[in-house]
Write a protein that binds this ligand. Sequence first.
Ligand SMILES: C[S@@+](CC[C@H](N)C(=O)[O-])C[C@H]1O[C@@H](n2cnc3c(N)ncnc32)[C@H](O)[C@@H]1O
Length: 411
Amino acid sequence: MRIVDLFAGCGGLSKGFQNAGFQIVAAFEFWNKAAECYALNFSHPVFTTDLSNIEEAVGKIQDLQPNIIIGGPPCQDFSHAGKRVEGSRAGLTEAYAEIVRAVRPKYFVMENVDRARNSCAFREAHAVFKQLGYGLTMMVLDASRCGVPQKRKRFFCIGEMGGADDFLRERLLAGQSSKDMTLRDYFGAALDFEFYYRHPRNYCRRAVYSIDEPAPTMRGVNRPVPKGYPGHPNDACPVDENVRALTTLERSLIQTFPADYHWCGSKTDMEQMIGNAVPVKLGEYVARTLKNYIERKNVVYKQPVELTFQFAETGFRQDFSEWLVEKMRLARRTAGDMASRVKRAHSIRLMDAGEETVLYLHRLSQCPEFRNLSPSVRSQIKRAVALYDEYLRATSYDRAEVPPRYGSHCS
Ligand SMILES: C[S@@+](CC[C@H](N)C(=O)[O-])C[C@H]1O[C@@H](n2cnc3c(N)ncnc32)[C@H](O)[C@@H]1O
């Protein structure tokens, strides 16, 4: 799959897609400082191009024959109320849609701020996508549930040519963590501070945060604690000499860029690029989910029929516990417990033909009977099902051959 990244900035979204195993063939960005930074970190070309010149952009992009277009058009100019008072940069969302119209990739991923979905610009882009025949998944994702220690809500519109609407929704929901990631969760013992200052938009808002909560959204500006900062009742602690603003590098790490990412330009430029970026791990989360979906669609099933019967009759492979003892070195009794837990899971909700474990677990966790179990029993069952999945993979058994629904399902 060949990917082109539009409005690529310093490369947060590209890095996420690359980490997920996609091949980026080129990026387009018109701010030369960001393009320089991008070029330091990737081997494919980055074109310094004004994407509002659609005709010129399309000519270059078509030559690259991408199957996927990704990108986050600038977001500063969206109105809240959806009235047509949006600034010129909102028009770049429409430019993105026009580029998709001309290139017609199999998939596209468009990222933007939460409020973009109610904008006139997005409404027009949406009409273009539907007219072209794309199935759309439109969702707001919170980065702190997708492996990023930061509260950052971003709107994603993901299109599949000829696909169904919501084709990716359940997968995107299923893979998210049930709790926000804190700085301590992400950095462990590597942090040498407990509290830090993030300059607020105005003093009606708090400014001091603890590492035991997700960071607030990293914006494009970073200021030191001003003399005479009045404090706020919701600050995590009072400001004293130990409380400082984050460094530029720390902010890039909270945006989940790797520590060896290369940065260039003035401090102001770097802060802007970092604040603009899609957190790498958020991009990676979306990319992995899309990749699993695409791979799943392309799987050719070739499993022996007798295994299918075995599963169909028992709902469960009998040699699972043997495998746990031999390969996973579990005590026989623990292996027996694991097998019972998988059976318990199947008694609550059976697995559909070809259903992936991540989706199975998500659907299982919606079942009232499962929700009524204690948290520790739920997590034991989930662990056992995950091991069962490993076992199926290790023994190259493919559930896609299992006849659909051979018992009761919770709805
Ligand atoms: C939200 S940022 C994208 C961040 C990027 N996706 C990342 O993850 O690092 C939007 C980018 O669009 C660029 N941009 C703004 N107007 C543009 C235009 N007319 N043509 C091309 N790029 C433009 C900005 O310079 C900015 O880097």
